[in-house]
Ligand binder design. Sequence first.
Ligand code: FPP
Length: 236
Amino acid sequence: MPDFSKLPVHVGIIMDGNGRWAKRRGLPRKMGHKVGAETFRTIVRYANRIGLKYLTMYVFSTENWSRPQDEVDAIMTLLRNYLKDVDNYRSENIQIRFLGDLSVFDEDMQRKMAEIQETSKDNTGLKLNLAVNYGGSSELTMAAAKLAADAVKGLLKPEEITQQDLADRLYTSGEPDVDLIIRPSGEYRLSNFLIWQSAYAEYVFMDEILWPDFKPADLDRALEEYQSRNRRFGGI
Ligand code: FPP
């Protein structure tokens, strides 16, 4: 069991392996995403219960639009269903934030996301980030453009730009960097996820498990592994 009094502050999860999970069962890929969305709810609820402070879940990347249309549609339907499920997080005291370029989503979805962010902003439980249409490189590009615009307006001088100035313009502004990134399914990549925020993150890759099968006990194992690491942040 991990020591729940010494949890990492910010955990990120790349929910990988839905497609393979379905394929192994002779099911369409979208079934993997459907079960994956249930796993998502279970893990979010558990993370909140154990007192985790920040959890960022990689739901949909800027690159995922290139998947077959019916798969994209299936993930969007799951996202819509989750957005509709307002009561779930109200009773759970979770604060929800969406990371990504939301302007590509249908207007009703954008409205719903804004409403959820607004109505959950004073909740004191888990701070849950949902990365949707998210890409780390586009996030950094967007932050650079904001810095440039602010410099043009005379709000800051280019030679005085600090790391904090850039961090303040990311989708995650005001949040601590990520301490631990978990990726099941045997892929050893970051896939454009939180590339700035994970500069000193620990990585736990869990080869043997696909996301739809991921259980609270697997999160515990990843947290234990994290706690066994010696983080030096470039020092000795
Ligand atoms: C990666 O598995 C998973 C995704 C690209 C989508 C993640 C989406 C969900 C878990 C469901 C939606 C969640 C919410 C909150 C509504 P993959 O398809 O790349 O798997 P594969 O590598 O086995 O093909």
